[in-house]
Design a protein around this ligand. Structure first.
Ligand code: HEC
Ligand code: HEC
Length: 207
């Protein structure tokens, strides 16, 4: 049945503990798959540390030479060896509670907004036309767990899957995996109960 994927994650997700970045764990295949599927989203190069790089004078780029080299006089072009080497593919920024406040704001702007905006807008362009920090943090800028409606975990399930199936499905299939990508964290592992789940954004009450 199609609910099982989402719900198995949710079962674990309902654990009300704070579960960022715990020790490495085994992933379920589903979790890895979700991660792989969402990995095409905005990976970006720099670290999140907000940083005003000192404005040291950078060496001016050499003016590109448009002159055709004179055959006789130009031996092997020495510049060739100075050509910039492409940097190795950078790992995604990783969210950490240890980031400074400014670091967290910068991280949200750089990673969360560009990854999550299109997801919410794609689901409902009208409702999320003004997608922003407020969508998750509220107008008074709270922790999302305080601002967003709490979810209820009862009889082994999050009740929203029965009560608000469309939204819950969107959350499970799109919001959650893309947030995992945006934060660079590990998805909730239903076996070890570590990783990022619904409870990364919502309070989950056990009934
Ligand atoms: C898609 C939802 C979402 C959006 C949009 C979003 N955030 Fe967040 N933000 C979160 C979540 C989830 C956390 C983690 C909360 C926690 O630590 O439990 C968080 C944490 C933070 C924190 C750290 C709070 C703390 O107490 O340590 C800051 C600061 C923050 N966000 C700023 C922003 C800013 C600024 C924006 C807009 C540019 C923004 N967020 C947009 C979901 C979001
Ligand atoms: C990245 C943060 C984030 C994660 C992770 C997340 N949600 Fe949400 N959720 C939201 C936001 C933001 C809203 C508010 C949407 C709105 O107001 O239109 C919301 C709203 C909801 C609602 C509607 C609540 C109501 O009463 O109106 C339900 C149900 C829901 N989420 C279920 C889930 C489930 C189930 C999961 C895990 C599969 C989940 N959410 C994971 C951010 C998140």
């Amino acid at each position: 049945m199609s609910r099982s994927v989402a719900e198995s994650g949710l079962l674990a997700a309902a654990r009300p503990r704070y579960l960022w970045l715990m020790r490495p764990t085994r992933y379920s295949m589903i979790a890895s798959l979700l991660l792989a599927l969402s990995a095409c989203g905005g990976a970006t190069p720099e670290a999140a540390t907000p940083p005003t790089p000192p404005t040291t004078a950078t060496t001016p780029a050499p003016a590109p030479s448009t002159e055709a080299p004179k055959a006789a006089e130009s031996p092997a072009a020495p510049e060739a060896s100075a050509a910039p080497v492409a940097p190795p593919a950078p790992a995604h920024d990783i969210w950490s509670d240890d980031l400074s406040k400014e670091g967290k704001v910068a991280f949200m702007k750089k990673n969360v907004m560009p990854e999550m905006g299109p997801i919410f807008k794609g689901y409902d362009a009208k409702r999320y036309g003004e997608f922003g920090c407020k969508t998750c943090h509220g107008p008074k800028f709270k922790d999302p767990k305080e601002f967003l409606p709490a979810l209820t975990f009862k009889d082994g399930k999050i009740t929203a899957f029965a009560e608000k199936p469309q939204l819950a499905k969107f959350m499970a299939e799109q919001v959650l995996p893309h947030m995992v990508t945006a934060l660079g964290v590990k998805p909730m592992d239903p076996v070890t109960h570590t990783g990022f789940g619904c409870n990364g954004c919502h309070t989950v009450k056990m009934k």
